[in-house]
Design a protein around this ligand. Sequence first.
Ligand code: SF4
Ligand code: SF4
Length: 255
Amino acid sequence: MTAPMLAAVGGIPSPIVTALTFLVILVVTWLLLTRSVLGRGFSVPLRTMVRPVETAEYPEKPRPVAPRFHGRHQLNRYADGLEKCIGCELCAWACPADAIYVQGDDNTSEFRYSPGERYAEDYQINYNRCILCGLCIEACPTRALTMTHDYEFSAATRQELIWTKDDLIAPVPPGAYDTPHTDREVRDRGWNYYGGLAVTPPTLKGGTYPAAAAAPSARAGEVIPHGELPDPGDEPPDPATVGGPTRPDPGGTAR
Ligand code: SF4
Ligand code: SF4
Protein backbone atom coordinates (compact mmCIF):
# COMPACT_ATOMS: atom_id res chain seq x y z
CA MET A 1 0.00 0.00 0.00
CA THR A 2 1.58 3.31 -1.05
CA ALA A 3 1.08 6.76 0.43
CA PRO A 4 -1.15 7.97 -2.43
CA MET A 5 -3.27 4.87 -1.85
CA LEU A 6 -3.40 5.57 1.89
CA ALA A 7 -4.34 9.14 1.19
CA ALA A 8 -7.41 7.86 -0.52
CA VAL A 9 -8.51 5.99 2.61
CA GLY A 10 -11.30 7.90 4.23
CA GLY A 11 -10.08 11.11 2.58
CA ILE A 12 -7.31 11.64 5.22
CA PRO A 13 -4.47 13.97 4.05
CA SER A 14 -1.33 12.18 2.92
CA PRO A 15 1.18 13.67 5.54
CA ILE A 16 -0.98 12.51 8.44
CA VAL A 17 -1.23 8.99 7.06
CA THR A 18 2.56 8.88 6.59
CA ALA A 19 3.18 10.09 10.16
CA LEU A 20 0.76 7.52 11.56
CA THR A 21 2.49 4.77 9.58
CA PHE A 22 5.91 5.72 11.03
CA LEU A 23 4.42 5.89 14.50
CA VAL A 24 3.01 2.38 14.19
CA ILE A 25 6.37 1.11 12.91
CA LEU A 26 8.16 2.77 15.87
CA VAL A 27 5.77 1.28 18.42
CA VAL A 28 6.04 -2.20 16.93
CA THR A 29 9.87 -1.92 16.86
CA TRP A 30 9.96 -0.68 20.47
CA LEU A 31 7.74 -3.57 21.57
CA LEU A 32 9.95 -6.06 19.76
CA LEU A 33 13.10 -4.57 21.34
CA THR A 34 11.76 -4.43 24.88
CA ARG A 35 9.53 -7.51 25.08
CA SER A 36 11.67 -10.15 23.38
CA VAL A 37 14.94 -11.60 24.63
CA LEU A 38 16.60 -10.91 21.29
CA GLY A 39 15.35 -7.36 21.32
CA ARG A 40 16.60 -6.70 24.83
CA GLY A 41 19.97 -8.12 23.82
CA PHE A 42 20.24 -5.85 20.79
CA SER A 43 19.04 -2.83 22.74
CA VAL A 44 22.23 -2.84 24.81
CA PRO A 45 24.64 -2.13 21.92
CA LEU A 46 22.10 0.22 20.36
CA ARG A 47 21.88 2.27 23.56
CA THR A 48 25.63 2.18 24.00
CA MET A 49 26.18 3.50 20.46
CA VAL A 50 24.47 6.78 21.30
CA ARG A 51 26.05 7.29 24.73
CA PRO A 52 29.10 9.52 25.33
CA VAL A 53 32.40 7.66 25.14
CA GLU A 54 33.56 6.49 28.60
CA THR A 55 37.09 5.37 27.73
CA ALA A 56 39.49 6.07 30.62
CA GLU A 57 43.14 6.68 29.85
CA TYR A 58 44.39 4.35 32.56
CA PRO A 59 47.10 4.20 33.83
CA GLU A 60 48.21 7.51 32.30
CA LYS A 61 45.23 9.41 33.73
CA PRO A 62 43.72 7.38 36.60
CA ARG A 63 40.31 8.57 37.67
CA PRO A 64 39.84 9.90 41.20
CA VAL A 65 38.17 7.41 43.51
CA ALA A 66 35.29 8.04 45.91
CA PRO A 67 36.25 9.88 49.12
CA ARG A 68 35.60 6.79 51.28
CA PHE A 69 37.28 4.35 48.90
CA HIS A 70 39.10 1.51 50.67
CA GLY A 71 42.57 1.15 49.24
CA ARG A 72 45.68 -0.25 50.84
CA HIS A 73 46.32 0.33 54.53
CA GLN A 74 48.62 2.78 56.26
CA LEU A 75 50.03 2.80 59.80
CA ASN A 76 49.91 6.40 60.91
CA ARG A 77 52.22 8.51 63.04
CA TYR A 78 51.78 11.50 65.32
CA ALA A 79 53.24 14.79 64.17
CA ASP A 80 56.39 14.18 66.23
CA GLY A 81 57.06 10.86 64.47
CA LEU A 82 55.79 8.52 67.20
CA GLU A 83 53.72 5.62 65.92
CA LYS A 84 50.01 5.56 66.70
CA CYS A 85 49.88 1.76 66.79
CA ILE A 86 49.94 0.37 70.32
CA GLY A 87 50.17 -3.28 69.30
CA CYS A 88 46.78 -4.17 70.78
CA GLU A 89 45.87 -6.64 67.99
CA LEU A 90 42.23 -5.50 67.86
CA CYS A 91 42.55 -5.08 64.11
CA ALA A 92 43.77 -8.67 63.76
CA TRP A 93 40.85 -9.96 65.83
CA ALA A 94 38.35 -7.94 63.80
CA CYS A 95 39.63 -9.17 60.45
CA PRO A 96 37.24 -11.73 58.92
CA ALA A 97 39.91 -12.97 56.53
CA ASP A 98 42.65 -13.49 59.12
CA ALA A 99 44.88 -11.24 57.05
CA ILE A 100 46.63 -9.27 59.82
CA TYR A 101 49.49 -10.37 62.02
CA VAL A 102 50.61 -8.17 64.92
CA GLN A 103 53.45 -8.87 67.30
CA GLY A 104 53.40 -6.37 70.15
CA ASP A 105 56.26 -5.47 72.46
CA ASP A 106 56.84 -3.14 75.43
CA ASN A 107 58.13 0.40 75.02
CA THR A 108 61.06 1.24 77.27
CA SER A 109 62.44 4.55 78.56
CA GLU A 110 65.19 4.55 75.96
CA PHE A 111 63.29 2.96 73.08
CA ARG A 112 59.81 4.42 72.77
CA TYR A 113 57.89 3.83 69.56
CA SER A 114 54.38 4.84 70.65
CA PRO A 115 52.91 6.91 73.51
CA GLY A 116 51.33 3.83 75.11
CA GLU A 117 52.82 0.94 76.99
CA ARG A 118 53.09 -1.22 73.89
CA TYR A 119 53.90 -0.86 70.23
CA ALA A 120 53.80 -3.08 67.16
CA GLU A 121 57.21 -4.74 66.95
CA ASP A 122 56.04 -6.54 63.82
CA TYR A 123 52.97 -5.80 61.72
CA GLN A 124 51.94 -7.60 58.53
CA ILE A 125 48.93 -7.50 56.22
CA ASN A 126 48.52 -10.37 53.79
CA TYR A 127 46.91 -8.94 50.66
CA ASN A 128 46.43 -12.45 49.29
CA ARG A 129 43.65 -12.68 51.89
CA CYS A 130 42.52 -9.10 52.47
CA ILE A 131 39.13 -8.21 50.98
CA LEU A 132 39.52 -4.49 51.77
CA CYS A 133 36.37 -4.51 53.90
CA GLY A 134 37.65 -1.95 56.40
CA LEU A 135 36.59 -3.76 59.59
CA CYS A 136 40.15 -3.53 60.88
CA ILE A 137 40.25 0.26 60.72
CA GLU A 138 36.91 0.44 62.52
CA ALA A 139 38.35 -1.68 65.33
CA CYS A 140 41.53 0.36 65.79
CA PRO A 141 41.26 2.43 69.01
CA THR A 142 43.92 5.00 68.10
CA ARG A 143 43.26 5.54 64.38
CA ALA A 144 46.69 4.07 63.83
CA LEU A 145 45.35 2.01 60.96
CA THR A 146 43.56 3.73 58.10
CA MET A 147 43.05 2.94 54.44
CA THR A 148 44.44 5.03 51.62
CA HIS A 149 43.16 5.61 48.08
CA ASP A 150 46.03 3.56 46.61
CA TYR A 151 44.79 0.52 44.72
CA GLU A 152 47.85 -0.07 42.53
CA PHE A 153 49.60 -2.75 44.56
CA SER A 154 49.32 -5.87 42.45
CA ALA A 155 52.35 -8.16 42.53
CA ALA A 156 53.81 -11.08 40.65
CA THR A 157 54.24 -13.37 43.66
CA ARG A 158 52.29 -14.18 46.80
CA GLN A 159 55.25 -13.22 48.94
CA GLU A 160 55.23 -9.68 47.55
CA LEU A 161 51.59 -9.32 48.62
CA ILE A 162 52.52 -9.70 52.28
CA TRP A 163 53.16 -6.12 53.37
CA THR A 164 55.32 -5.60 56.41
CA LYS A 165 55.45 -2.72 58.88
CA ASP A 166 58.17 -1.05 56.82
CA ASP A 167 55.82 -1.03 53.82
CA LEU A 168 52.78 0.15 55.76
CA ILE A 169 54.21 2.80 58.07
CA ALA A 170 53.53 6.42 57.11
CA PRO A 171 56.46 8.70 56.22
CA VAL A 172 58.04 10.68 59.05
CA PRO A 173 56.32 14.11 59.16
CA PRO A 174 58.42 17.17 58.28
CA GLY A 175 60.53 18.31 61.22
CA ALA A 176 60.07 15.04 63.11
CA TYR A 177 62.37 12.05 63.32
CA ASP A 178 61.92 8.32 63.12
CA THR A 179 61.30 6.04 66.07
CA PRO A 180 62.49 5.08 68.60
CA HIS A 181 62.44 8.20 70.75
CA THR A 182 63.35 8.36 74.43
CA ASP A 183 60.86 9.02 77.24
CA ARG A 184 62.66 12.25 78.07
CA GLU A 185 62.29 13.54 74.50
CA VAL A 186 58.61 12.66 74.45
CA ARG A 187 57.84 14.18 77.86
CA ASP A 188 59.70 17.36 77.03
CA ARG A 189 57.18 17.98 74.28
CA GLY A 190 54.37 17.99 76.84
CA TRP A 191 51.89 16.58 74.39
CA ASN A 192 48.64 14.94 75.33
CA TYR A 193 48.32 12.20 72.75
CA TYR A 194 45.04 10.71 73.94
CA GLY A 195 43.05 13.75 75.00
CA GLY A 196 42.86 12.51 78.59
CA LEU A 197 43.77 14.18 81.84
CA ALA A 198 47.53 13.98 81.54
CA VAL A 199 50.40 14.29 79.15
CA THR A 200 51.62 10.95 77.86
CA PRO A 201 53.60 8.87 78.51
CA PRO A 202 52.57 9.16 82.19
CA THR A 203 54.92 11.06 84.46
CA LEU A 204 55.95 9.35 87.64
CA LYS A 205 57.06 11.73 90.41
CA GLY A 206 56.14 15.08 91.91
CA GLY A 207 56.94 18.40 90.23
CA THR A 208 55.52 20.63 87.52
CA TYR A 209 55.24 20.15 83.83
CA PRO A 210 54.68 22.48 80.83
CA ALA A 211 51.08 22.68 79.67
CA ALA A 212 50.11 20.18 77.02
CA ALA A 213 50.80 21.70 73.62
CA ALA A 214 49.06 19.71 70.95
CA ALA A 215 46.02 18.16 72.49
CA PRO A 216 42.63 17.73 70.81
CA SER A 217 40.80 17.79 74.15
CA ALA A 218 39.40 20.84 75.92
CA ARG A 219 41.20 19.57 79.04
CA ALA A 220 44.51 19.45 77.25
CA GLY A 221 46.00 22.26 79.33
CA GLU A 222 45.60 20.40 82.60
CA VAL A 223 48.92 19.75 84.22
CA ILE A 224 49.87 16.79 86.34
CA PRO A 225 52.72 16.50 88.85
CA HIS A 226 55.96 15.50 87.28
CA GLY A 227 59.57 15.08 88.26
CA GLU A 228 62.67 13.26 87.23
CA LEU A 229 62.62 10.28 84.96
CA PRO A 230 62.14 7.06 86.93
CA ASP A 231 64.93 4.79 87.91
CA PRO A 232 64.72 1.35 86.35
CA GLY A 233 64.14 -0.18 89.82
CA ASP A 234 61.22 2.12 90.71
CA GLU A 235 57.80 0.72 91.44
CA PRO A 236 55.38 1.18 88.55
CA PRO A 237 53.11 4.21 89.02
CA ASP A 238 49.55 4.02 90.24
CA PRO A 239 47.38 4.99 87.26
CA ALA A 240 44.77 6.47 89.57
CA THR A 241 47.27 9.08 90.79
CA VAL A 242 49.50 9.87 87.82
CA GLY A 243 46.95 9.95 85.01
CA GLY A 244 47.69 8.86 81.46
CA PRO A 245 45.80 6.61 79.10
CA THR A 246 44.73 4.18 81.84
CA ARG A 247 43.17 6.86 84.05
CA PRO A 248 39.33 6.83 84.19
CA ASP A 249 37.90 9.45 81.86
CA PRO A 250 34.73 10.89 83.43
CA GLY A 251 33.92 12.89 80.32
CA GLY A 252 34.27 9.86 78.09
CA THR A 253 36.15 11.88 75.48
CA ALA A 254 39.58 10.31 75.73
CA ARG A 255 40.36 8.01 72.92
S1 SF4 B 1 40.29 -4.66 55.19
FE1 SF4 B 1 39.05 -6.40 56.00
S2 SF4 B 1 40.04 -8.22 55.16
FE2 SF4 B 1 41.51 -6.55 54.89
S3 SF4 B 1 42.84 -6.64 56.70
FE3 SF4 B 1 41.17 -5.21 57.19
S4 SF4 B 1 39.57 -6.46 58.20
FE4 SF4 B 1 40.99 -7.88 57.15
S1 SF4 C 1 46.65 -0.91 64.15
FE1 SF4 C 1 45.24 -0.23 65.76
S2 SF4 C 1 44.03 -2.05 66.29
FE2 SF4 C 1 45.84 -2.78 65.14
S3 SF4 C 1 47.35 -3.29 66.71
FE3 SF4 C 1 47.74 -1.17 66.08
S4 SF4 C 1 46.56 0.09 67.55
FE4 SF4 C 1 45.77 -2.01 67.71
